[in-house]
Ligand binder design. Structure first.
Ligand code: ADP
Ligand code: GN1
Ligand code: MG
Length: 354
């Protein structure tokens, strides 16, 4: 597959790369003028992303826009994902089985983290996503394609859970009773962001900590990656998913729930990092929505894991029996932890000047 793209040089190796739940990625190494050069090759999951060419058009527009702005800021250290074209000139290649592929140049001397290790990392990650939103705020028309319609429509996610409970196709509802009850008791929060009259922005929508690369030497957040879900959304979704993935020291599938907790200093670092960039365009109402968004997106992600567990694990890749239920449990534990600190979180966000 690597040979379908304009990566040149002599093919040396390819190995699976990353921990994503949806697509498949490989790191490809070739030799150019005696030196190794790396690329990321990805197969897009077309069961999840139904129109890969439209998705790739979004990514092409977004990366071009970011690259154009990088030219205007030559002293900035941030970098932009660069697509590598296939030999026929498009930025994707469809194989004989109907799968769509793409390639990016590898961003060297930087890496992503699955769990947060320091406040500095939280600050840097949030700052990079805030800058990403800021740089895309005035993307010229047309509107980006919705690569997954209603992606963060929490009431629809809630309805999907109710349907999975009713259908119970693999008879798992009985063993997930505590999680189902936890979810059903919180229906009233599902519509809060949608009903708040917040403006539509271009958002990333999958801002988990491992979707930003931090510089190996300086720790600076230098590149936002995983752009499949970049589309119209609410600014709060991106901040919320950062709270979900960068405030607890635990893995998303940790089985020891005593390790799962929203650490306030990490939240503060996220809020300061995000607002240091996004503060330039956010309205007061959007700023107010940030503290709540962490709880909502964590809850929503828990709903999605629980729904997939009940449906028989058809969406998220799993690596063990009950994996999605374990993931759901960490999300709900984190929701509880946030519930205990909600007021303090809101006060902190309010107090940050920008
Ligand atoms: P997934 O949808 O599987 O999460 P990602 O696009 O996030 O796919 O890529 C998986 C991992 O590969 C990332 O967490 C990151 O560590 C690495 N990665 C992706 N793209 C690049 C790139 N251009 N340069 C360096 N590393 C990358
Ligand atoms: C998926 O592709 P990946 O692993 O970055 C999912 C996100 C979830 C996340 C949970 C397209 O993200 O929405 O928040 O898993 N992506 C899609 O870890 O559904
Ligand atoms: Mg990813």
């Amino acid at each position: 597959m690597a040979r379908q793209f304009q990566i040149g040089g002599e093919f040396l190796a390819a190995a699976p790369h990353g921990n994503g739940h949806i697509n498949e990625s490989w790191c490809v190494t070739t030799r150019h003028a005696g030196r190794p050069v790396r690329f990321i090759l990805q197969r897009i999951n077309h069961h999840v992303f139904k129109h890969p060419p439209a998705l790739m058009q979004n990514i092409e527009r977004v990366t071009s826009r970011l690259a154009a702005q990088a030219v205007c800021a030559p002293d900035a250290n941030w970098r932009v994902l660069t697509l590598v074209r296939a030999h026929h000139g498009r930025v994707w290649h469809a194989d004989a089985e109907g799968s769509y592929w793409r390639a990016y140049r590898y961003i060297e001397d930087a890496r992503s983290f699955d769990t947060v290790e320091s406040e500095q990392q939280a600050f840097q990650a949030a700052r990079a996503f805030g800058r990403f939103q800021k740089l895309l705020a005035n993307l010229p028309a047309p509107r980006l394609h919705e690569t997954i319609p209603d992606f963060h429509h929490t009431p629809k996610r809630f309805a999907a859970l109710e349907q999975a409970i009713a259908a119970d196709p693999v008879r798992r509802a009985i063993l997930a009773k505590p999680e189902i009850e936890f979810a059903l008791a919180r229906r009233s929060i599902t519509g809060v962001l949608l009903d708040a009259g917040l403006p539509e922005r271009i958002t990333h929508n999958d801002t988990k900590l491992n979707n930003v690369l931090l510089d190996d030497t300086t720790g600076e957040g230098i590149c936002v990656i995983d752009l499949d879900t970049v589309m119209p959304g609410l600014a709060a979704y991106d901040f919320g998913d950062l709270v979900r993935t960068a405030t607890s020291p635990s893995q998303e599938d940790e089985r020891d729930l005593s390790k799962v907790a929203m650490q306030f200093p990490m939240f503060e670092a996220l809020a300061r990092g995000y607002l240091s960039e996004a503060g330039a365009f956010l309205t007061p109402a959007e700023k107010l929505s940030l503290a709540f968004a962490g709880k909502l997106i964590t809850f929503e992600t828990g709903l999605r894991f629980l729904t997939d567990h009940l449906a028989g694990d058809t969406y998220f890749k799993i690596h063990r029996e009950g994996h999605n239920l374990d993931r759901c449990r960490t999300q709900f534990k984190l929701v509880e932890s946030i519930e205990h600190q909600e007021e303090q979180m809101a006060r902190l966000v309010e107090s940050i000047e920008f």
